[in-house]
Each structure stands twice: as structure tokens, then as C-alpha cells.
Design a protein around this ligand. Structure first.
Ligand code: PMV
Length: 324
């Protein structure tokens, strides 16, 4: 029995769009922070059953729902030559599929447990490639701290790695406006953006430039610069979706109210930069030193929302019981 734990990550410079749907090769690099809370715990046990079974948060998933997970398992069987099926149980602690990156934590934990269960002997880079086959952003949750996912051009060259952040210790406040399941999955949203949005090309070229600018800010420890680039990447990603037919709109009126509040917070002299993913919730980048103040300010302003805090955490790992 192999059990692994992984935590979600929040992208500062975003990933939106694949050049290869099968391998999940992204159109641009992306840069993220791995959180130190909201873990997913996944256990993989090999069995003599004919089919893989997957239980997520106590519910057995249907065949269609497990397509991505089977892709990870099939790759493991191909690499190991071990044809056995897997019985998987996975538990999230953060709202599943609500734009809070539960799939990133889920697939990073799955790939880590699968590596052990099928005795693949992969290093973290290899596990990152395996996790990518399940969900692109999961390649980043294999690592802790600040992470860059290299888009690459094939399976071997598309993987994440840790990068050194030379600025103040970072933290996030999540303003959770809704825990509802998103209406459009990121996979469907990306495809529609690519196929129908005239802004997609502009998003890809400008976002890859933002990655390069962000890498310079990371090396210099320039938080104000990194924060501004984070907001630009977020707005451009959502702009590319707004150009799709029909438009994809994850941000609600309330999301924009929070975005305004974050700008106000910054005017008051606190460190606060906003980002949002495939859902209405806003994640606010700040420092550990200012976390309590930023959290208090936002929870007072938005009493109807759940405001969660997180520091920066470690990458995916086996639990001690699995290592023993
Ligand atoms: O890997 P997916 O399918 O969960 O896509 C994630 C896309 C965003 O969360 C919107 C952006 C990102 O880089 O995490």
C-alpha cells in the first residue's frame, strides 16, 4: 500500500492552453507557489481485479470520471511492465473542482503514490512528468516553494522544477466566494479558448514574455514586480477566455469587488496582489509578515466569504508509513 500527500499550488504566471492534449504540453511556461495546507491524501494498492477502481472523497468514480487517472496508471504499467490494476482512495480537504487547484494536489499525490506502488524509481522530475499526464498544473505540486513548469516540446522536456525566490517569505489569503463545482472544466475552457478566441494568440505570446520577466523578478527578489506580473498574467488569461464563443466567464461581479479591495489594500501600504483561476475565488499574494493584517482586513470587508490563509509548503511526498 502506497500513500502520498500533496498540496495545491497557485499559479502566479498562469497556464491556459495546451499544444498537445494527450501529453498535456502547455502553450507557455508557468510559475506557481505550492501551498502548505489543504492536502490531498491518496493511497494506491495494486490488485488482481480486472479494472482500476477509484474512490474520491468516499464516492466511487465512474469510468468517464477516471479517464485522466487511468492515463497516469497506464503509463505506470507501461514503464514497469506490471499489468496489475490499481485500487485508489483519495481524499481532498479543499473544495473539489472549484478553481482551488484540488486536481493539482490530487494528481501530484497520485503520481507520487503510483511511482512507489509500481516501483518505477522515478525522481521528482519524472514524477512531475507523470503527474502532468493527469492534470497539467499537477506537475507543479510535485515540488515545494516556488516552481516553474517548463512547457517543453515533448514528454521528456515538459516538467516542473523548484526555483529560488530571493525575496521575503510569501503567503496567500484565499477569498473563497464559492465552493461550488465550476460549470466549465479547465480542460473544456482551454479548448474553447484555443478554437474560438481571437485573443488566444496574444495571450500565448505575451504570457511567455511575462514568464521571462517574472524569472528576473524572482532572481532579484522583487516582490512588487512579481506581484504586478501576477496580476497581468491573471487578467490576460481571463481576457483570452472572454473572447471565446460563447464567452467563458469564471469571474463574477463579487470577484471584481474583491479585486478592487486588493488594490485599495495596496494603496494603504500593505503587500497584496490578486490572482484567480477557473472559478470566482480570489487568491491574494502577500508576505508572512503581513499575513495577519491582510487576512483581518479582507475577512472584515468580506464577511460573507470564507477567507483562508496559507503559507508556502513542501512538494508531494510519501507518508512515513508508505516509506517504511
Ligand atoms: O491543470 P488544470 O487543468 O487544473 O488547469 C489549471 C489552469 C489554471 O488553474 C486556471 C491556471 C494555472 O496555471 O494553474
Amino acid at each position: 500500500m502506497s500513500t502520498a500527500i500533496a498540496q495545491p499550488n497557485i499559479a502566479l504566471i498562469k497556464y491556459w492552453g495546451k499544444v498537445d492534449e494527450e501529453l498535456i504540453l502547455p502553450a507557455t511556461d508557468s510559475i506557481s507557489l505550492t501551498l502548505d495546507g489543504f492536502p490531498t491524501t491518496t493511497t494506491v494498492e495494486l490488485s488482481d481485479d480486472e479494472l482500476d477502481t477509484i474512490v474520491l472523497n468516499g464516492r466511487q468514480l465512474t469510468e468517464a470520471e477516471t479517464m485522466r487517472m487511468r492515463r497516469v496508471l497506464d503509463r505506470a504499467r507501461e514503464l514497469s511492465g506490471d499489468r496489475r490494476a490499481a485500487s485508489i482512495t483519495s481524499t481532498n480537504t479543499i473544495a473539489t473542482a472549484a478553481g482551488l487547484a484540488s486536481s493539482a494536489a490530487g494528481f501530484a499525490a497520485l503520481a507520487t503514490a503510483v511511482n512507489n506502488a509500481y516501483a518505477l524509481g522515478l525522481d521528482a522530475t519524472g514524477i512531475s512528468r507523470l503527474a502532468r499526464l493527469g492534470s497539467g498544473s499537477a506537475s507543479r505540486s510535485v515540488f515545494g516553494g516556488m516552481v516553474r513548469w517548463h512547457r517543453g516540446h515533448d514528454d521528456l522536456t515538459s516538467y516542473a522544477e523548484s526555483i529560488d525566490w530571493n525575496g521575503p517569505e510569501l503567503a496567500l489569503v484565499i477569498v473563497q466566494l464559492s465552493a461550488a463545482q465550476k460549470a466549465i472544466s479547465s480542460r473544456v475552457g482551454m479548448t474553447r479558448t484555443i478554437e474560438t478566441s481571437p485573443f488566444y494568440e496574444g495571450w500565448v505570446t505575451s504570457n511567455q514574455r511575462l514568464v521571462e520577466q517574472a524569472m528576473a523578478a524572482v532572481a532579484e527578489g522583487e516582490l512588487a514586480e512579481l506581484g504586478q506580473l501576477t496580476e497581468l498574467s491573471t487578467m490576460r488569461m481571463h481576457a483570452s477566455m472572454l473572447g471565446a464563443v460563447p464567452p467563458i466567464r469564471y469571474l463574477t461581479g463579487e470577484s471584481f469587488t474583491v479585486l478592487d479591495a486588493v488594490a485599495e489594500l495596496r494603496n494603504e501600504g500593505l503587500t497584496a496582489y490578486a490572482t484567480a483561476d477557473a472559478g470566482p475565488n480570489i487568491k491574494v499574494l502577500t508576505t508572512v509578515a503581513e499575513l495577519d493584517d491582510v487576512h483581518a482586513w479582507l475577512s472584515e470587508r468580506f464577511p460573507q466569504a470564507a477567507t483562508l490563509t496559507s503559507r508556502i509548503g513542501a512538494g508531494a511526498h510519501l507518508t512515513e508509513a508508505a516509506v517504511a
